[in-house]
Design a binder for this molecule. Sequence first.
Ligand code: PGA
Length: 253
Amino acid sequence: MRKYIIAGNWKMNLTLEEGYGLVTEIKGMVQDEVNNSAEIVVIPPFIHLSGVHNLLKGSRVKLGAQNCHQKSKGAYTGEVSPAMLANLGAQYVIIGHSERRQYFGETNALLAEKINAALENGLTPIYCFGETLEQREAGKEFDVNFDQVSEGLFHLSDSDFSKVVLAYEPVWAIGTGKTATSQQAQDVHAFIRKKLTEKYGESIADSISILYGGSMKPDNARELLACKDIDGGLIGGAALESRSFVEIIKSVA
Ligand code: PGA
């Protein structure tokens, strides 16, 4: 059985006070209202991690980070290592979000190194992939997504690959209000799972959670999450407000 995961990526939003307020609300609502077994993760900016970790004590809500460096330590001014994130209580780290690829020039080869570093430090990577609108209109979405997944992850051994979470995030759907239809999302998820089966075999491929991200909201979450190969959501905008985030969590059957 695959795990359903609902993860809220705050991106570069919220002051410390706003972040603490949000996580306190989420913690209370999850305790009072959520009775499914979804894994719930909040992913604030680095500087919020320690305080949010303290606030989450005693809660089922887990902590993640938005990025990490590919080395465990060293002279890399301005960077944060996966060892530091694990030490702060983070259990997950997003690797290869399209905003990192687009604005910070992160390549599949670099992301493969980050995946290794995250795993070496006991973090669960949430590896993002997704095509741009231009690539989709040119009919290249399957090729592009396969290249991102295979170049970032297929060097991993069976046991390391089993620890990874994937997230399909079509770039044209992120922050735009345009969600992929559940059929468009399911088609890509099923295609990627087939590729995982070819590479790692059916039992590993069937155990990997593949999340969908891109304008997931309370009013479309249920339909997306009901698709056979969609195992959760990576939520941006709707994760910045406790009520909408918790309603998405409650959409998991
Ligand atoms: P969005 O962002 O929900 O605001 O579209 C999703 C993401 O980038 O992870």
